[in-house]
Ligand binder design. Sequence first.
Ligand SMILES: Nc1ccn([C@@H]2O[C@H](COP(=O)(O)OP(=O)(O)OP(=O)(O)O)[C@@H](O)[C@H]2O)c(=O)n1
Ligand SMILES: C[C@](O)(CO)[C@H](O)COP(=O)(O)O
Length: 403
Amino acid sequence: MQQCTNIVIGIIVVAAGRGERAGQSIEGPKQYRRIGGIPVITRTLEKFLAWSGTARIVTVIHPDDAGLFDAARGGLIDGGRISVTIGGKTRQQSVLAGLRALSDCGVTHVMIHDAVRPFFDTALLERITREIKEGHVCVLPATPVTDTLKRGDPAGLVAETVPRDDLFAAQTPQTFAFAAILKAHEAAEASGRTDFTDDASIAEWAGLPVKLVEGAPDNVKLTVQRDIAMADAKLNSQALPDVRTGNGYDVHQLESGDGVTLCGIFIPHDQRLKGHSDADVALHALTDALLATCGAGDIGDHFPPSDQQWKGAPSRIFLEHAARIVRDAGGTIMNADISLIAEAPKIGPHRQAMREKLSEILEISLDRCSVKATTNETIGFVGRREGIAAIATATVVFRGAGQ
Ligand SMILES: Nc1ccn([C@@H]2O[C@H](COP(=O)(O)OP(=O)(O)OP(=O)(O)O)[C@@H](O)[C@H]2O)c(=O)n1
Ligand SMILES: C[C@](O)(CO)[C@H](O)COP(=O)(O)O
């Protein structure tokens, strides 16, 4: 066998099927369904783009899917390497359309791949390429069949057990010398046969030798709804945890009065906090901390002091609003921690009530709510009882981090 040194590989990704076995979905046929938040076909194409920086990629689509395809390829940087052609009624016809589209591109070899096999890996592509370089005209990735095989009869009874020793399950990308597979496909079409389910069978039919290489166990074809659900679950379980932390700080001046409201709890005192609302520094700091976890600005953006409707307002309104913004963005509040810096009144006797209030407002368990306090050791504006300050930290976990 003569080794091939100067090979130029083109890629065909067939995506013109209707995915009838997988059933209907609002996202379109199965190749456009999102798994782990990304369309199946996008995952397939981005793997080929990453593997080869130069290979031309012809994607074969259904005429009704142009909009879906444009949306799915949206984020891919392909440097003009991806082109699109329209497929046919059967997979065989779609592949032939792809081969014809690639025929002027100067490729020596072609990888023909199902859009709905997004889990192939670079090692598989390298194994195939090695065989091509060795001079094989057709290379078929396949895995040995591991189940015991039975042939059934029309009555639903087992007719026989089929020996599995030499049996393999065919995968893609099946890879060929370009001119040879184009000729075989054209001949198959001319013969009137349109029912070949893979390209290796056409090569066999045309009398070409097909070399088996070890397939990849994960390189499954997404065929039925369960395959898609399992792929989605697998990718979601691999998703990176999207844990975000926000902090907030607030200070309000003290003046003579009858008490202060901190963490939503009124504490009788000979001073009160000055402010537009109820001046609850603790809840203001925590509101900022929560808004920070989703980049939603600060309390002043949402509740401008110039707006008269917030005059004397209970600050729980601000905190509830921030918690809603976090939840609407897909966040789950894991923890809220407030440090109060005040010379007086004493916070200790009220800490439990404050934690319970936070737990109620944020709708999270008590153990996720923390309130601490310190004096300022009589120094600075806090030490001189001119004001009270609060520092808050919030931790939020968001869904759907990229993989
Ligand atoms: N006329 C067709 C039929 C299939 N394919 C593609 O061939 C691959 C493998 O086919 P299969 O899993 O059988 O897909 P569908 O034909 O879409 O599925 P079904 O038979 O359930 O309708 C898929 O990427 C599919 O889009 C194609 O390009 N053109
Ligand atoms: C090409 C293929 O994916 C190899 O396993 C398979 O033959 C496609 O067959 P299907 O009947 O269209 O699912």
